[in-house]
Design a protein around this ligand. Structure first.
Ligand code: ARG
Length: 274
């Protein structure tokens, strides 16, 4: 079974946590006076980058800007599908300036960037499954943005309502295991969604790998999969075991320092799909 899972080489965009800190609170995980161990954060982040490279993935980096402590969370700054970049407009004023830095990176790399009119936090809430764009709303990204995303990409957007403030971004409650046409599948924590959204997910993904509350609290759903390897928080033990049962290969990467800001592996990783 395990050999049937085929990885696909990815291109990831990341931002070094040189200025990472917790200076304001915009989600329930953040406590402004909590001390961040910057050296440990750097070490953990470097281990993530090495894990990507060891598994054959390409990694590009954006230069971190001083005064933007959350800029390390690259996922929030855009969603890129078919080489088309849909940029971000952050909910929190503290994070708004990040967009300019990421947009500049994309422009230099040869991409045009669409600037959204409505609040939209990139891959934090917009999850490309290879077939649909799953789009979270409830805390950050708005339904207006979902409509804009559908017009922009011309791919079906499925709006999902998040109901638990601890799982304020869609990528804290769900991730894509396999974006290929045949094995298309996701993993998620059902209770993070409204009853209707839960039903939608059950219809679309009857074979989904369901996570427990403990897995979700350990940021186990903030994982990155290449179709075979799943880069996952080591604390999400039961989810890692379920994934292994299904033939995936969990690759544990501990980003515990970033949890102090409400972030994990996926938050630190944006995928560039050309
Ligand atoms: N402190 C950041 C915020 O609340 C964390 C972002 C985490 N990113 C993510 N993709 N979930 O905006």
């Amino acid at each position: 079974m395990s050999d049937s899972r085929v990885p696909r080489r990815r291109r990831y965009l990341v931002c070094e946590p040189r200025h990472f800190a917790v200076q304001y609170a915009i989600n329930p995980w953040m406590q402004p006076d909590v001390r961040v161990d910057v050296d440990l954060a750097q070490e953990q982040w470097q281990a993530l980058i090495s894990a990507y490279r060891t598994h054959g993935h390409a990694v590009d980096t954006v230069e971190p800007a001083p005064g933007l402590p959350d800029m390390v969370f690259a996922a929030n700054s855009a969603v890129v599908v078919d080489g088309r970049v849909f940029g971000s407009l952050f909910h929190a004023p503290e994070r708004r300036p990040e967009s300019t830095h990421y947009d500049m990176w994309f422009k230099t790399a040869g991409f045009d960037v669409h600037r959204p009119e409505a609040v939209c936090e990139g891959e934090g809430d917009l999850v490309w499954t290879g077939r649909y764009m799953l789009a979270g709303t409830g805390f950050r990204t708005t339904r207006e943005a979902h409509r804009e995303v559908q017009e922009f990409f011309g791919h079906p957007v499925i709006s999902l309502t998040l109901v638990d403030p601890r799982f304020y971004h869609l990528d804290t409650a769900l991730f894509v295991l396999d974006d290929s046409a045949d094995g298309n599948n996701v993993s998620y924590y059902p209770e993070a969604f409204s009853p209707g959204s839960r039903e939608v997910l059950a219809r679309l993904y009857p074979d989904a790998v369901l996570a427990t509350l403990d897995d979700a609290l350990a940021f186990g759903l903030n994982s990155v999969s290449d179709g075979r390897h799943v880069f996952i928080a080591p604390q999400a033990e039961s989810l890692a075991a379920s994934l292994a049962d299904r033939g995936y290969v969990p690759v544990p990467v501990d980003l515990s320092e970033f949890r102090k800001a409400g972030g994990g592996i996926k938050c630190c990783t944006q995928e560039i799909r050309s």
